[in-house]
Write a protein that binds this ligand. Structure first.
Ligand code: UD1
Length: 332
């Protein structure tokens, strides 16, 4: 019997993974301090333990009580501009949190570890898709906090029985197509989420941060991946590890990018002619690279993973649908 600890399982990406895991009758314990996550996002009867990954005592206790043999680690702060303003918040929660969690995993003989990493580890990537063997050069504390965590896992690998899959996420967007969960984050900063909030009237304006990048239309380019496809990649990574797969690092994106202007045009198209989006151009935001697109050969060679929602319109529609639900639930 396998027991899986999902840190950050009440958050945006973690909750979509918990939904898939419990849907497959996996035994799941969520560790979440609910600082940005929501208890009602945890579906399928997973057990919630309220707490933080820096609490070693709590970790030891729950690893033993629930006989954890697999960890999926999502708990982290993720906002790039905030990490530029408050780097120690990121090194504390993300890097120190992962360090403490890894100590507890080693002590408890955990066998499998799936880690949420980020394309922000590449930094100012040269134009063209980023491959996993490219040099990393984060340009913000968020990316560095995750890169340091990757490195701890890689250094631990030869001296510990635990195998890991590191998934470097590109730009996660969209919400559960069944409409049960979605991105509920307060004070959101992500482009698609913010655009969906604008469509439902939660924001008066939508800003384009930077129109002078060295890209075809001057705005930033990102590889937007639907959260349910990303969640499915975690299930495939787990299967890979259970079948004896070696520790590895994989990009997780679709392999093609869209500019900020293209995203806004798609959101406008999906929202329909009754919505008149109010878009304003602004200077660049601190820490933003011009373009981040994944090279995806390795993930397709390594995992049995077939994306289902590689379509910007589906991403926009599920985001807007979820935003309408949130309005009903929270009233704004
Ligand atoms: C996101 C992730 C980060 C990940 C990165 C990988 C979060 C909070 N951020 O950051 O963890 O490492 O993807 O690529 O999960 N933009 C606007 N107007 C807005 C918001 C954004 O023009 O209102 C622009 C940005 O300048 C950028 C693009 O849209 O060019 C995407 O920004 P955003 O959605 O905030 O994601 P990232 O900063 O790329």
């Amino acid at each position: 019997m396998s027991n899986i600890l999902v840190t950050g399982g009440a958050g945006y990406i973690g909750s979509h993974v918990v939904k898939l895991l419990t849907g497959q009758n996996e035994s799941v314990v969520v560790l979440d301090d609910l600082s940005t996550g929501f208890e009602d996002a945890i579906l399928g009867g997973a057990t919630l333990v309220k707490g933080n990954t820096r609490d070693r005592e709590l970790l030891d206790k729950l690893m033993a009580e629930h006989k954890i043999d697999t960890v999926m680690h999502f708990a982290a702060h993720t906002i790039v501009p905030e990490s530029v303003e408050d780097p120690l918040k990121y090194y504390g929660n993300n890097t120190v949190g992962t360090h403490t969690l890894l100590q507890a995993c080693q002590a408890a003989n955990v066998k499998n570890f799936v880690f949420s990493s980020t394309a922000a580890t590449y930094g100012d990537a040269p134009t063209g898709p980023c491959s996993e063997d490219m040099p990393t050069a984060p340009i913000n504390a968020y990316g560095m906090s995750k890169l340091m965590s990757e490195r701890m896992l890689q250094d631990l690998d030869p001296v510990c029985e635990m195998n890991h899959v590191i998934l470097r996420y590109f730009n996660v967007a969209g919400s559960d197509p069944d409409g049960e969960i979605g991105q509920s984050t307060e004070k959101a900063t992500l482009l698609v989420k913010v655009a969906a909030e604008h469509v439902v009237g939660k924001r008066e304006k939508l800003y384009i941060f930077g129109t002078d990048f060295d890209t075809p239309d001057g705005t930033g380019i990102r590889d937007y991946i639907h959260v349910s496809d990303l969640a499915a990649a975690h299930i495939s990574a787990l299967k890979y590890l259970r079948e004896g797969g070696k520790s590895t690092l994989l990009n997780c994106g679709y392999g093609h990018g869209f500019s900020v202007r293209e995203v806004i045009e798609t959101v406008q198209k999906v929202a329909g002619p009754t919505v008149n989006m109010n878009v304003e151009e602004q200077p660049r935001r601190a820490g933003d690279p011009p373009s981040l697109v994944a090279k995806v050969d390795k993930i397709h060679k390594t995992l049995d993973w077939k994306p289902q929602y590689d379509d910007l319109e589906i991403i926009a529609r599920t985001s807007i649908d979820w935003e309408r639900k949130l309005l009903e639930k929270r009233g704004g």
